[in-house]
Structure formats: structure tokens, C-alpha cells
Design a protein around this ligand. Structure first.
Ligand code: EPZ
Length: 431
């Protein structure tokens, strides 16, 4: 539990330039994927976030030689020294992406013992499709005292996912990369970080085609030499900063991003009356007047990303009219709306459907960050609100955003960390 809270003095427009960091969700797949190599890998543009620190500690625990330089955004990984094939629950429960250790260790060493993954509480988040893929490749899987034990010399297979799953697509791709023979994965997710992970794997010696479409073909290989790779910019950080610019009636230039990854969000912002332009790796966002209410329905890529539903809902709290938000991916991703009500927002939640009625102003209040993107949404609401907002449980934001506070401060926000009073620190169950 972090011993600080965020304090935001809201009502200021964001103005200026910011650089987008490397992608969290792509990095959380590429770093474990390096275990598949027979030689060293150097990964560049890694975000300096808590989840990467957890991965670093897991790799060290396994015996890999790892040098991580967060400020240089670089990690060198040599799996040559790996002796353990176990990821204890103490590590795996820290984040959902620990599940990638299953595909990487099983694919490279024929065995993996991994505690069940943790991560944001967005409802039940089973991994049945991951396990279905591993079994199709020939692995046996058993649950030993809460640890999943996966074993087998993998052979290429056809895996058709019952539903579109980002993690399942990547995890089975990791396992199949060194299987004997060819695999074909169908009904795959198409997110940019799936393409990035496949590009990394091909760079170090894999033979993968079709990533970014719903069908991925993999020719298993007996050897992967390793190599260097730079991960793509963070699609969700880009979107979060775009939304924050609009929410504060600001004028912000984002550099180092990939505009084509942002098309679903850009379309919705334009529909609301926000000015969005882009050229090469630069996106500019500004808003002068009121913004219209809209309807958002989250979908797998290239649809509107579920990870931007929560930040977007902050912008919707002051829209002209009532917006409708349908969360199709996760069972429970509206907890942040309960917190925003303390700031004067008006919303009604009915299962996966929320209606947000625009109000003229928000006022500052103490709020609790329920999860990573809900926390980011509350920061945006604090930037919009008149007065002081205190965001408790900010560690959940630091898990997935690289220096978010300093990026916002550089854009003119008044946001800082303040120590918790002793009685506040004992407040483990929200406010
Ligand atoms: C990844 O989660 C991301 N996390 C999530 O980002 C993101 O919201 C999600 O993809 C969708 O884009 C990482 O990449 C580490 P899924 P993941 O498998 O892999 C169900 C963030 O804020 N499902 O596509 O868990 C599942 O319960 C995080 O950065 C099964 O039922 O997403 C969910 O309802 C939050 N069985 C839906 O599918 C399975 O075997 C989509 O899950 C797998 C998934």
C-alpha cells in the first residue's frame, strides 16, 4: 500500500507538449517472450512502471541474467541462466500479465509452474482459453495447491478461441513459437500489442504470420537466437492524455505516438466536438467550447478500447446531455463512477450499461482509485474539478502509467504526492 495520496488542484487547462512512453501491455508480453530465446535480448522503450519491476523480479527469481535501467527505458535479458521454472503466487498475484510466464516457460522448457494471475478487479477474469490452447499444443495441466503446473513437449496444432482474448492470443502464440511443427490460431484478438509481440518474436527467430488479423500462422522453430527490439508507444497512455487535454479545455501536442492506433477514440472525440489532428507520430488535441454527449460501446481492437472507457467517462461527466456507456468486455468496470459521484457527477449504472448525465461543474473531493484505468479517470476528473481532489490508492495508477504526474505537471496541472496521515494509512477499504 503506497504511503502517499495524490493531491490535485483542478480547474487548469493543460497546454504544451508531452512524449508518450512505451506500451505497458506490449512490454508485459515482450519481456516474458525473451525467455524463448537461446541468446540475449535487449528491449528498448520500456515504460518505467511497477508492473515491469514485478517482471524484472520474476526473471531474476527464475535465474535469468537481467539488467534493467528504468530511466534508460531498457532491459537486457539473457535466459541462459534460468534454473527455476516456477513463478510463486507472491509474484503472479501482483498482476494479470504474469500469465505470460506460462506460455514462455512451457514453450521454451516444456514445463511451467505459475500461481494464478492477479490484476485489476474487473470481474471474473478466467484464463480458460489460454489453457485450452496449451492443451491443444499437447501440454498437460494440473492444479497443485493453487499453482498451475503445465508440462509437455509441444506440437503444432489448430487453436480456435471461443472468444476474442488478447492475453489468450499472445500466450498461445508464445507457447507455439517453439513447438514442433505448424500451428494456426483462429478467432484471434488484433490489438497493436499482439502485432508488436509477434514482431519481437520474429526479430529473435520465430516464424509468425498474420498477427493483427483474426488468423495467426506459426511455424515452430527449434532455435531462436535473441536480438534487440524497441516496443511501440502506449496506445492507452496516448488516449488517456488525449482525453485529459479535452477534459481541461486544453491544447496539447502528443509526440512519439501512433495515430492509427487511436482511430476509435479520435472518432468519438471528433463526434463530441473536440479538435483532433495528427501527422506522422504527433497528435494534437484541443477544445474551446462545450462537448456533446455520446454513446460508447467497448469492443476489441479496432473498436473503442475498454481501457479508455473509464478515462473517457470523466470527460462525459461535463458533456452537454446524457451519454451512454456500454462495457462489453468486462463484467465490472464502472467502480470509478461511484467515486466521481462524490465530485458532483451524475450517473446511473445498470450492469454493463451506464448513463452519465453531464453537469456544468465538478468539485474536488477525496476519492479512492479502484483500479488502474479507474484511477486515471479520477485524476482526469480532479484536473477538471474546481478545488482540491485527493486520490487515495494511487499505487494502482503507478502500476501502468510511466511518470503520469510529471507529464501532467509539465502540461500545467497542479498535481503532487502528499504523505498519508497515520489514520489515513489504515484506511484499507476505500473511503
Ligand atoms: C488485456 O487483458 C489487457 N491486459 C487489459 O488491460 C485489457 O483491458 C484487455 O486485454 C482487453 O483489451 C494486459 O494486456 C496485461 P482478454 P486480458 O483476455 O488479457 C474474458 C489495462 O488496464 N476471458 O482480452 O485479461 C475476460 O474475462 C488492462 O491495461 C475469458 O473468459 O483480456 C474478459 O472478460 C486491464 N477467458 C474478456 O475475455 C479467457 O481465457 C477479455 O479478456 C480469457 C479472457
Amino acid at each position: 500500500m503506497p504511503d502517499y495520496k495524490l493531491v490535485i488542484d483542478g480547474g487548469r487547462e493543460l497546454r504544451g507538449e508531452a512524449y508518450v512512453s512505451g506500451g505497458k501491455n506490449t512490454s508485459l508480453a515482450v519481456v516474458p517472450a525473451a525467455l524463448l530465446a537461446d541468446g540475449p535480448c535487449i528491449i528498448e522503450n520500456l515504460p518505467a512502471i511497477e508492473d515491469i519491476r514485478v517482471l524484472y523480479r520474476i526473471l531474476k527469481y527464475l535465474g535469468a541474467k537481467v539488467d534493467w535501467h528504468p530511466e534508460q527505458k531498457q532491459m537486457a535479458i539473457d535466459p541462459g541462466g534460468v534454473t527455476a521454472l516456477t513463478v510463486p503466487y507472491a509474484y503472479s498475484q501482483r498482476m494479470r500479465a504474469s500469465y505470460y510466464m506460462m506460455g514462455a516457460l512451457l514453450g521454451r522448457y516444456g514445463r511451467a509452474e505459475v500461481g494464478y494471475p492477479g490484476g485489476c478487479d474487473l470481474g471474473s477474469r478466467p484464463i480458460d482459453q489460454h489453457l485450452k490452447g496449451f492443451k491443444a499444443l499437447g501440454a498437460t495441466i494440473r492444479d497443485e495447491n493453487g499453482m498451475l503446473v503445465l508440462e509437455g513437449k509441444l506440437k503444432g496444432a489448430h487453436v480456435n478461441f471461443d472468444m476474442v482474448t488478447v492475453g489468450g492470443t499472445i500466450n498461445v502464440m508464445l507457447a507455439a513459437a517453439r513447438a514442433e511443427g505448424d500451428s494456426i490460431l483462429t478467432n484471434c484478438a488484433r490489438e497493436p500489442h499482439i502485432v508488436d509481440t509477434a514482431n519481437f518474436l520474429n526479430r529473435i527467430g520465430a516464424r509468425i504470420r498474420g498477427a493483427g488479423t483474426d488468423t495467426i500462422r506459426i511455424r515452430g522453430t527449434g532455435r531462436m537466437d535473441g536480438g534487440n527490439y524497441t516496443v511501440i508507444p502506449d496506445q492507452i497512455e496516448t488516449g488517456t492524455l488525449m482525453i485529459a487535454a479535452a477534459a481541461t479545455r486544453g491544447d496539447v501536442v502528443l509526440r512519439g505516438c501512433i495515430p492509427t492506433h487511436m482511430e476509435a477514440l479520435t472518432a468519438k472525440l471528433l463526434e463530441m466536438g473536440v479538435m483532433v489532428t495528427s501527422q506522422d507520430d504527433v497528435i494534437t488535441v484541443n477544445l474551446r467550447q462545450g462537448h456533446r454527449a455520446i454513446r460508447i460501446s467497448t469492443q476489441e481492437y479496432p473498436g473503442f478500447p475498454t481501457d479508455l472507457q473509464q478515462p473517457m467517462s470523466a470527460l462525459l461527466t461535463k458533456a452537454l446531455g446524457t451519454s451512454e456507456v456500454i462495457e462489453n468486455i468486462f463484467e465490472s468496470r464502472f467502480k470509478h463512477l461511484d467515486e466521481m459521484r462524490k465530485m458532483g457527477a451524475i450517473s446511473i449504472i445498470n450492469g454493463r450499461l451506464a448513463h452519465i448525465e453531464g453537469v456544468p461543474e465538478l468539485h474536488g473531493a477525496p476519492v479512492w482509485a479502484p483500479d488502474l484505468r479507474g484511477g486515471a479517470a479520477l485524476v482526469i476528473a480532479g484536473l477538471m474539478a474546481q478545488g482540491i481532489t485527493e486520490v487515495y490508492n494511487p499505487g494502482t495508477i503507478a502500476r501502468g502509467y510511466d511518470h503520469l504526474e510529471s507529464k501532467l505537471t509539465d502540461l500545467g496541472a497542479r498535481i503532487s504526492r502528499a504523505p498519508l496521515d497515520p489514520e489515513e494509512n489504515g484506511n484499507a477499504n476505500g473511503l
